[in-house]
Design a protein around this ligand. Structure first.
Ligand code: NDP
Length: 316
């Protein structure tokens, strides 16, 4: 590790809509932010195709383009965007304390404030056919991509609240939604289960898993297997939605920041403050409920404002 740490006012970890929006606000407030992009510069949106629900893009925009534009906007105000991964942190518990973050196991940055926007990663089943067709009809976000399957037949995997909510969302847009639940019951709340079972164009299949996603370049169908009887069945679909949960990217903060049972960072009240003074959290890393680019951007803005106010209080 290099001996001399670099000291900055505001370090932003993560480069999705939350991180870049925090950077735009922090840079304009003269906090001279440094953004470390993480392993997936631009975050989850770089793996989606068209983004049609971010306000201000009447014709839609593809995810990677939007993230490049957000980066350019942050850089226009002086944000220093660097490729690198935060691999360890040492947060000070004192008000006005200095936080230390290690980048790529070698470089140490010390910062007065840290904004964590490391996001969450959608879980996938891990089937080779599913991985091959990601971006070709396999998606982990019905609200982002469902519209492209208007009037078509799709399938969704999962039995939690997300799967139930997304199945009913898709049922409004699509012709038919086949919902695959691996157990003989759903984990979703009773109210959500009721919505699913009372939606006529949702074909709910319990004890059912995916054997293979069919199609070369794009999804053309699904071979399902009943895990009780072993019976297989093929259906024709054009879209497959995986809704089996997300994993927040918080491993390096364990033991230092308060998090819930699933690992999401806990923020105080309506703010982005964590339990450590000067450390703030924005975006999906602290939100398992909404998980939209626009809500992430909103909390990124809040985190930068919270950081600015914190620095002003510490200085006074
Ligand atoms: P959950 O962890 O609650 O549910 C995941 C679902 O996916 C379960 O049904 C699970 O099955 C299934 N699953 C997991 N792995 C596999 C696999 N390999 N193959 C097939 N199925 C699999 O995740 P959610 O994203 O649904 O919800 C996360 C949290 O967010 C929850 O606390 C939820 O209540 C909350 N939430 C609340 C909402 C609301 O209130 N409006 C909306 C969305 C989420 P099994 O049950 O067999 O383990």
């Amino acid at each position: 590790m290099s001996n001399q740490p670099e000291h900055i006012k505001t370090l932003i970890i993560g480069s999705g809509p939350a991180g870049y929006t925090a950077a735009i606000y922090a840079a304009r407030a003269d906090l001279k932010p440094v953004v470390y992009t993480g392993l997936e510069p631009g975050g989850q949106l770089t793996t989606t195709t068209e983004v049609d629900n971010f306000p201000g893009y009447p014709e839609g925009v593809d995810g990677p383009t939007m993230m490049v534009q957000l980066q350019q906007q942050a850089e226009r105000f002086g944000t220093d965007v660097r490729i690198g991964m935060a691999t360890a942190v040492e947060f000070s518990k004192e008000v006005g304390g200095i936080h230390s973050v290690t980048i790529d196991n070698e470089k140490e940055i010390t910062a007065d404030t840290v904004i964590i926007s490391t996001g969450a990663t959608a879980k996938y089943l891990g089937l080779p056919s599913e991985q091959r067709l990601r971006g070709g009809g396999v998606s982990a976000c019905a609200v982002c991509d469902g519209f492209f399957y208007k009037g078509q037949d799709v399938a969704i995997v999962g039995g939690g609240d997300t799967a139930a909510e997304e199945a009913t969302y898709l049922a409004n847009i699509c012709n038919k939604v086949t919902m695959l639940v691996r157990k003989d019951r759903m984990r979703a709340s009773k109210a959500m289960q009721h919505r699913v079972t009372s939606t006529p164009n949702i074909d709910l299949r319990y004890n059912t898993e995916i054997d293979e996603v069919l199609g070369d370049q794009v999804v053309e169908g699904l071979r399902m297997v009943n895990n009780q009887t072993g019976q297989k069945e093929e259906i024709a679909i054009t879209g497959l939605f995986i809704a089996i949960g997300h994993k927040p990217n918080t491993d390096i903060f364990k033991g230092q920041l308060d998090m819930d049972d699933a690992g999401y960072l806990i923020t105080q009240g309506k703010s982005t403050k964590t339990n450590i003074p000067g450390v703030f959290a924005s975006g999906d890393v602290q939100d398992k409920e909404y998980r939209q680019a626009v809500t992430a951007a909103g909390t990124g803005c809040m985190a930068a404002l919270d950081a600015e106010r914190y620095l002003a209080e510490v200085a006074s």
